[in-house]
Design a protein around this ligand. Structure first.
Ligand code: NAD
Length: 280
């Protein structure tokens, strides 16, 4: 079994981002600026924002964070003003959002949508146009490419069909010429779908959903899931048993998540360059 460790993949992207930022410093007086907006007090979201702040500091991206409570209109208004603010080049809205604010994601200007989650960004992805792509989906492909895994003609099963994780991953795999099956909570025989595939992307958010019995010796497993079980971070795959059986597998932690964070940094630089170099 080969472990598909995310750390060298992340390090490679980070080095490229740092080099680009050095170049930007030489040519422009401005720097990329990420604004993270949170509505409410969800602690996991705050922890995630802290991690993003650390990643930004490490590569040299300016970071600011604003939290809103009991003022949904003020929250939406802040997104609108951030869209117009030339000092802000990237906007992230922390999830989960309350039902009355779910549509606020759509308010983000596509040019500053560094998570690639607005319908405009997703539309570009689905039609093959260049744009900011969802970070986790790109991270999966980065791992696949870094480890030289051939995708063309292979059968892939994506478990999970959310707009920002499952569907974009399926789309990128399909664009890389895989034959893709999307599985979800109503899929009748998940084990059979997984057995039929060589590349398996687990993105359901259910610990131990995918067992060693569902996998085979030529399975290549990318585990996107992040679940906390007794205070420990685990993926969707029973790693201990699966790793004894499969051909290749990403660990959790140290797999997709590590790479996702650096893809986000790269998207922030991309957005900055699109805004500032195209408007020069
Ligand atoms: P989601 O809840 O929006 O979607 C989960 C999907 O899984 C749904 O489409 C659902 O149909 C499917 N599903 C649920 N139970 C299933 C089952 N028993 N069998 C088959 N399919 C099932 O979640 P999401 O936002 O798409 O995130 C998925 C997972 O990825 C979560 O664990 C999340 O924390 C993780 N995640 C990881 C990263 C990363 O960088 N590693 C980034 C984003 C999300």
């Amino acid at each position: 079994m080969q472990e598909l460790n995310g750390k060298p993949v992340a390090a490679k992207i980070k080095a490229a981002v740092q080099a680009e930022l050095q170049q930007i410093k030489k040519t422009l007086s401005k720097q990329p600026n990420l604004l993270v907006l949170q509505y409410g007090n969800d602690q996991a979201s705050k922890t995630y924002a802290n991690r993003i702040e650390k990643n930004c500091q490490e590569v040299g991206i300016n970071f600011s964070y604003e939290q809103f409570n009991k003022n949904p209109d003020g929250f939406k208004q802040r997104i609108r003003t951030a869209n117009l603010d030339p000092e802000i080049s990237a906007i992230m809205i922390q999830q989960p959002l309350t039902d009355n604010l779910k549509n606020s994601l759509e308010l983000i200007s596509p040019s500053k949508d560094v998570e690639g989650i607005t319908s405009a960004s997703l539309g570009k992805l689905f039609t093959g146009l260049s744009g900011l792509k969802p970070c986790t989906a790109e991270a999966c492909l980065e791992i696949i490419n870094y480890y030289g895994i051939k995708v063309t003609g292979k059968k892939a099963a994506v478990i999970g069909r959310s707009n920002i994780v499952g569907k974009p991953i399926a789309m990128l795999l399909q664009q890389a010429d895989a034959t893709v099956t999307i599985c979800h909570s109503k899929t009748k025989n998940l084990a059979a779908e997984i057995k039929a595939a060589e590349i398996i992307i687990a993105a359901a958010g259910k610990a131990a959903l995918i067992t060693a019995e569902m996998l085979s010796s030529n399975s290549i497993v990318i585990d996107v899931g992040t679940n906390f079980v007794q205070g420990k971070l685990v993926g969707d795959v029973d790693y201990l048993n699966a790793s004894r059986k499969v051909s290749k597998i990403t660990p959790v932690p140290g797999g997709v998540g590590t790479v996702t964070n650096q893809v986000l940094m790269r998207n922030i630089v991309k957005a900055f360059k699109n805004i500032n170099l195209n408007n020069k």
